[in-house]
Design a protein around this ligand. Structure first.
Ligand code: DGL
Length: 272
């Protein structure tokens, strides 16, 4: 049994935690949401890198055996530094442009992500490795994260803003859309409403959790993580803003049966 830290600027990483609880329910989790500072996507690279590193160090100090940076923006800006300074396995999240290019039938792929992710060297380096016959329509989802953080994922206001962001993607005839921010899987219903059922939505949470599983298996092989026969571990929610709201949103947004786990919540103290 391992203790796994999952970190995001806010509630977006709950989409990864949800999948982790589905595939690996027996472990213990700390979910750390920096909601006091969300959105990260419109902040400077330096700020994002410093803050993400400090929060991942906090998770490592809390005894996490592995950390998932469940945020495309923090991964793009900080994963290299986090990996060099935090001495536990660190798993990141990247927009699934590679699987999207492989699955697209017409070679036109929309990518909805934060401005920081789309501008980052890491994202552009990944893009450069892909075949040039695939056209990527990149769109920053400005304003969407604050609406999701405010519990308005299914509101008219969100639908209207999303509709504007999706125009270029739709006009180009994209048959595939990459959800390049962990908050965006919570817009699935709204996206389907606007784009219909035929567009393929690419969300990498399953692959990210498979990667986490492989890392945990290698820790087990090294004998550093004990075996357990229990079915469900604990989930501790930590917020830099309001832990009661985080817990409520986790219950609203996630599909996992949180009641099967031992659940607690607290406010992030010293590192703010
Ligand atoms: N959920 C995040 C991501 O995957 C960050 C969104 C934000 O804070 O702007 O990029």
């Amino acid at each position: 049994m391992s203790l796994i830290g999952v970190f995001d600027s806010g509630v977006g990483g709950l989409s990864i935690l949800d999948e982790a609880l589905r595939q690996l329910p027996q472990h213990d989790y700390i979910y750390l949401a920096d909601s006091a500072n969300a959105p990260y996507g419109e902040k400077s690279s330096d700020w994002i890198a410093k803050r993400s590193l400090s929060l991942c160090k906090h998770l490592a100090d809390a005894g996490c055996d592995a950390i998932v940076v469940a945020c495309n923006t923090a991964t793009a800006e900080a994963i290299k530094q986090i990996r060099s300074e935090v001495k536990v396995p660190v798993i990141g999240v990247e927009p699934g442009i590679k699987p999207a290019a492989m699955q697209s039938q017409n070679g036109i792929v929309g990518v909805l992500a934060t401005e920081a992710t789309l501008k980052s060297d890491k994202f552009n380096a990944l893009l450069a490795t892909l075949p040039s016959d695939c056209l990527f329509i990149k769109q920053a989802g400005a304003g969407l994260v604050p609406l999701i953080e405010a519990g308005k994922a299914d509101s008219e206001e969100t639908l209207e803003l999303l509709a504007k962001h999706l125009v270029p993607i739709q006009d180009a005839g994209s048959d595939t859309l990459v959800l390049g921010c962990t908050h965006y899987p919570f817009l699935r219903k709204a996206i389907r409403k606007l784009l219909g059922d035929s567009i393929t939505l690419i969300d990498t949470s399953e692959a990210v959790v498979r990667q986490l599983k492989r890392q945990l298996e290698s820790l087990d092989t090294a004998g550093s993580s004990g075996k357990s026969t229990r079915e469900h571990g604990s989930v501790s929610f930590i917020s830099s803003k309001d832990d009661a709201t985080l817990l409520k949103m986790a219950r609203d947004l996630m599909h996992s049966d949180l009641e099967a786990h031992e659940v607690s919540s607290s406010l992030l103290g010293a590192t703010r």
